[in-house]
Design a protein around this ligand. Structure first.
Ligand SMILES: Cc1ncc(COP(=O)(O)O)c(C=O)c1O
Length: 431
């Protein structure tokens, strides 16, 4: 073999600690707050969140121990995951750039979402809960939580954005095979969902609406707790295993990225992949360009930096984040996991301080899917529709290097596979 194509690590290399960037941020992270009117949402947080996750949400510790039970679950789920060098793609693009991609698609349910689902379910079980509730957009988070609740012995209820529920029937069956109860959202199952459902049973839904339903469902049942799959600090902390592994793998490749790219909906895969590298920039003086790939239907990083609710029905506290407004209507897309009004507070602060660039691709998704097809043909992996945005952005950066002759090292995260999303590619590409 000529050049090395892959670095994987052993089970013993699964990180023992998660990375928490909060103490390293250039300025203190604004804490969540209550709106001026109505009941205290902050007071409801212990009802909304698993105790250990709430503790992590507020933690000022740089490193948080990963309990052995969760490391076991990571091992059961196939961690660590390989870092690949995309040699064929480099050749096909005829670029002097070096392209590396992290393979979060090597996952029992198809994406990075298991990294926090397993942690949250393990902590929920320890705390004595019997059921978890949640929202899902692409369906990847709902499947990850269904899987994690199955392997930790919990029940699971999922409220799934209707526009996606309607076309991903195999993923619905997957969640049901794992024992979950799944409802299209807005649903008649919750009081809030019913107000929207009664007005229009075909309401396409949104992540903001589905979060409100999941929260209401868990509030009614003392044996249930709510789990969120993105946005919050503890979710990004759990996802840091992606970037921590990638740093070790780059050491073995004897290389280091100039550009780090991932798609961004609420920020969990971008944060998990990029934040350990942002730590290198903040603490070690490394120079890296970070790019978040988004859709023009939800370019939340181009919104306003202000306090806003994380859900439609205003059940959550206000978070300081880049937001398009929690009641905004956004047209459904096939990469629907990117259709969320707000971006994680941590990433929003970094964006505000100029550490993160963003690009938003046209809502017809033709350019993104056609470009990611080049990766598929060259490397043979089918990305999830959301991950296709990372792939497209990485290819564009590699083509810029072709123009300029620069030998940049580009790292991108393929957050999931698209085996259950093929109808989406068929429609957009007219196959
Ligand atoms: C495969 C995949 N990647 C990325 C995302 C975007 O979410 P996040 O920004 O939290 O990573 C989703 C959301 O559902 C997803 O399913």
């Amino acid at each position: 073999m000529s050049e090395r194509r892959q670095v994987n690590l052993g089970v013993d290399d699964i990180p023992h600690q998660w990375y928490n960037i909060i103490p390293d941020l250039p300025e203190p992270l604004p804490p969540p707050k209550d709106p001026e009117e109505g009941e205290s949402r902050l007071g409801n947080l212990p009802k909304m969140m698993i105790g250990e996750c709430l503790k992590q949400e507020m933690s000022a510790e740089n490193w948080i121990d990963i309990p052995d039970g969760i490391r076991e679950l990571y091992s059961q789920a196939g961690r660590p995951r390989p870092l690949f060098r995309a040699l064929n793609l480099e050749k096909r693009l005829d670029t002097p750039a070096k392209l590396y991609f992290k393979s979060e698609f090597f996952s029992p349910t198809g994406s990075h979402k298991v990294n926090t689902a397993l942690a949250q379910c393990w902590y929920a079980k320890q705390q004595g809960f019997e059921r978890v509730t949640t929202e899902t957009g692409a369906g990847q988070w709902g499947t990850a939580l269904s899987y994690a609740s199955a392997v930790t012995g919990l029940k699971c209820t999922v409220f799934w954005v209707r526009s996606v529920y309607n076309w991903k029937q195999d993923r619905l069956t997957f969640m049901e095979l794992l024992g979950a109860k799944v409802y299209a959202s807005p649903s008649p199952m919750t009081e809030f969902g019913k107000t929207l459902y009664d007005k229009n049973p075909e309401n396409v839904g949104s992540l903001g609406i589905a979060i409100s339903e999941g929260l209401e469902d868990s509030f009614k049942d003392p044996k249930a707790t709510y789990c969120l799959g993105s946005v919050l600090n503890h979710v990004l902390i759990h996802q840091s295993v992606i970037g921590l592994e990638t740093q070790k793998q780059f050491e073995i490749f004897d290389d280091y990225p100039d550009i780090v790219i991932s798609c961004l909906g609420g920020g969990s895969n971008f944060g998990g992949f990029a934040l350990p590298f942002v730590g290198d920039v903040l603490k070690k003086g490394k120079k890296i360009k970070f790019i978040a790939a988004q859709s023009q239907v939800a370019p939340n990083l181009q919104g306003e930096y202000r306090f806003d609710f994380a859900d439609y029905a205003e059940k959550t506290p206000l978070l300081k984040m880049y937001t398009l407004g929690h009641k905004i209507d956004m047209e459904p897309i096939k990469g629907d996991g990117l259709r969320y009004h707000g971006c994680s507070p941590i990433l929003s602060l970094l964006r505000n301080k100029g550490y993160i660039d963003t690009i938003a691709y046209p809502s017809d998704e033709k350019h993104v899917f056609e470009t990611s097809k080049i990766f598929m043909e060259a490397e043979g992996w089918l990305p999830a529709p959301e991950s296709a945005y990372s792939v497209c952005c990485a290819i564009e950066e590699a083509l810029k290097c072709k123009e300029s002759g620069e030998k940049k090292v580009i790292a991108f995260n393929v957050s999931g596979h698209g085996f259950l999303d093929i109808p989406g590619f068929r429609v957009v590409l007219g196959l």
